[in-house]
Design a protein around this ligand. Structure first.
Ligand code: ATP
Ligand code: MG
Length: 283
């Protein structure tokens, strides 16, 4: 991607509120590049799967849509510009709610978490998790999410919440150190040497009894430390703890809540219940 292509993606991204499909004329007007060049460049972006082009949009005119992969590319471009990363590696985790990719800055490894939002998630988060966090966020105007009463983009809100939680706990509780944020992407310390370190779920009752016991005690301690610092994780489980350097690191914070927010008590109780069950597994 070059600077001009990035400009096109940026303009499309900037117009998301008013246009899912951006009329080609409007794009041409905004980017200040010769219209014929714009067309050719849009085709190039289309070939890379970052935008979609229709020759006859809503009003019958040629229109362009920025795709999810295009938003990813723009966020990566900006993270490079911000000096957060300088190269990308392979995918280390892929689910419905996020994709985690290895990246590099100089000789250090960085984890990039691309937050996703899928509609199936809505019923689940409507009552609790990310949605409650978004509501709390909106009320408190912690970040940029609710500025100017813009509609909330859920995957961006999730990224901001995760970044907020990591920042609050950094250096005090075992969480990956936050390194940067752009749109729906959070950059954080990579937990692992060559590969991602194993999850707590890999530790088995019986076989890993002694180590498991030690780790669970540590997780409970770290979890309660986070609560004391005012952050409730909200999705605590053995799948959201990475074991690295013999210590448990809590990951996956997009549904975190400030401890005094509405709904935080219920999540706190549920987290503690889950930790209790995990603890029983190794008792
Ligand atoms: N900082 C990190 N360093 C190394 N690996 C990580 C890091 N953060 C996440 N991962 C890897 O990516 C996976 C998914 O991360 P996470 O739990 O934060 O996202 P998620 O939204 O729950 O994703 P999924 O839907 O795939 O479970 C983790 O299980 C872990 O293997
Ligand atoms: Mg997870």
């Amino acid at each position: 991607m070059d600077q001009k292509e990035a400009t096109i993606l940026r303009v499309l991204d900037g117009l998301w509120e008013s246009h899912e499909w951006v009329p080609a004329n409007l794009l041409e007007e905004k980017v200040h590049i010769n219209p014929r060049r714009v067309r050719a460049m849009v085709r190039g972006l289309e070939n890379r799967g970052w935008v979609e082009w229709v020759s006859s949009g809503k009003m019958g005119e040629p229109s362009i849509k920025l795709k999810e992969t295009g938003k990813d590319a723009l966020a990566v471009w900006d993270l490079i510009k911000q000096g957060v990363i300088d190269d990308l590696g392979h995918v280390v985790g892929e689910g419905k709610e996020s994709v985690v990719v290895l990246a590099f800055k100089d000789d250090r490894k960085v984890a990039l978490k691309f937050h996703r939002y899928y509609s199936g998630e809505f019923t689940r988060i409507k009552d609790s998790l990310a949605y409650a966090a978004i509501e709390a966020w909106r009320k408190r105007t912690f970040g940029r999410v609710s500025k100017d009463n813009r509609p909330i983009v859920i995957e961006r809100a999730k990224a901001q919440i995760e970044y907020w939680a990591l920042g609050k706990l950094e250096g005090k509780v075992k969480v990956p150190r936050p390194l940067g944020i752009n749109r729906h992407v959070v950059a954080m310390e990579f937990l692992g040497d060559d590969l991602t370190a194993p999850l707590m779920s890999k530790f088995k009752k019986g076989k890993d009894q002694v180590e498991g016991r030690k780790l669970v005690d540590e997780i409970v301690k770290e979890y309660e430390k986070a609560v004391k610092m005012g952050v409730v994780h909200g999705d605590m489980s053995e799948y959201n703890v990475v074991v690295w350097k013999g210590m448990p690191w809590m990951i996956d914070w997009p549904q975190a809540l400030p401890q005094n927010a509405d709904g935080a008590d219920a999540l706190l109780e549920r987290d503690r219940e889950k930790l209790k069950r995990l603890s029983e597994k190794f008792s």
